[in-house]
Design a protein around this ligand. Structure first.
Ligand code: GLN
Length: 359
């Protein structure tokens, strides 16, 4: 049973799945990018894993590829923790400590504060660590329980964490540790830094599938209510803030180009997931662990560019589709006009100098 909004035609199941299969087939052979290894445990991921999932606001699920494959949520957790911090502390408190400007910098850029001494936004690591520190709770365990509870409501099941990834990141995440201590110095963090980092590393280690993440993206598309369980995960009043920050900052130093070529609020994570939200319609996740130098899944970016180019999925183009982008999904079968490949810039001007940043 689905709760299809009135006036929107139900997408044809076979056509949508056929279109996703076609995309999967088109990009299966793409082996560009490398598995992130700066968190040692992440390097064990199977590079061939590849899944695409869509969940609509009516609760319909479309999945192709390795639907059982699990991966750690990493930065895909950030919009959700941001929402929880907004609920716990209010917009004013959060904005006083973390801005909403794109940084134009890599996700783990060693703290570069804005003119009012805040991390640029809640999507880069510094801002996300600051936001995680704002989660309310009576103890570290209680705070983590609240994060897990909210992620669980958004995905429709209680998630577990990958203990090995958590330990691996905790043991090696000195760059995040350095940022956190600097933020303590600047008064952005005001509690025990190691405890805050543990919470952040744990939150990044939550295990998900592409279907879980598409459900979570659909929850954002659906005003904060999980469309498969009808349970509220995010307050409606925070959806606008969260989607705006995803739109402008969710893809880090690729955010501007992504907004131009894909045009959806989105989030990437170094384990190879990308989620995007088509507000009022559906959430989508692509999982493929080979990432580019900006830490975003290479196949994922190609798929989103393809979808956006061919199906009117860009937020400034959805008007063309009169209601339901999914009904146009099988237009991806048409050969796509080529765009210049800008995912591999010449030279090293885009990233901070760090040998083997991701690989
Ligand atoms: N846990 C990772 C880190 O903090 C998350 C980064 C990401 O997915 N972009 O480095």
């Amino acid at each position: 049973m689905t709760n299809q909004p009135e006036g929107i035609a139900t997408p044809d199941r076979r056509r949508v799945l056929g279109a996703l299969e076609a995309l999967h087939e088109r990009y299966r052979g793409c082996n560009e990018g490398r598995i992130a290894s700066y968190i040692p445990e992440l390097s064990k991921a199977d590079p061939s894993c590849f899944a695409i999932a869509i969940v609509t606001v009516a609760g319909e699920v479309f999945e192709v590829g390795d639907r059982q494959a699990t991966f750690t949520i990493q930065s895909l957790s950030k919009p959700f923790t941001h929402a929880l911090a907004l609920a716990d502390r209010g917009r004013g408190h959060v904005m006083q400590r973390v801005g909403v400007e794109p940084s134009g910098d890599s996700f783990d850029s060693i703290i570069r504060l804005d003119s009012t001494n805040r991390p640029h936004n809640p999507m880069v690591n510094s801002g996300a660590i600051a936001v995680t520190s704002m989660i309310a709770g009576s103890s570290p365990a209680d705070r983590f329980e609240r994060i897990l509870g909210m992620l669980g409501r958004a995905m429709g099941r209680r998630p577990s964490i990958d203990e090995a990834v958590f330990q691996s990141e905790r043991a090696t995440g000195h760059r995040n540790r350095a940022m956190a201590y600097l933020m303590l110095n600047f008064g952005i963090l005001d509690r025990d830094v190691e405890e805050i980092l543990d919470l952040y590393f744990r939150q990044c280690s939550v295990l998900v599938t592409a279907g879980d993440m598409a459900t979570m993206a659909a929850t954002l598309a659906n005003g904060g209510v999980n469309p498969r369980t009808s349970e509220r995960a995010v307050e409606t009043e925070h959806i606008r803030d969260v989607l705006t920050v995803m739109h402008t900052c969710g893809m880090y130093n690729y955010a501007g180009e992504w907004a131009y070529t894909v045009g959806l609020p989105a989030k990437s994570g170094v384990s190879g997931g990308i989620i995007a939200v088509v507000p009022g319609q559906f959430g989508i996740c692509v999982y493929s662990p080979r990432v580019d130098e900006r830490g975003a899944s290479v196949r994922g970016i190609k798929i989103f560019e393809d979808l956006s180019r061919n199906c009117g999925m860009h937020v400034f183009e959805t008007w063309r589709q009169q209601g339901q982008v999914l009904n146009h999904l099988d237009e991806v079968r048409r050969p796509a006009p080529a765009l210049p490949d800008t995912t591999h810039p010449q030279g090293d001007a885009t990233v901070h100098k760090r040998d083997n940043a991701l690989g």
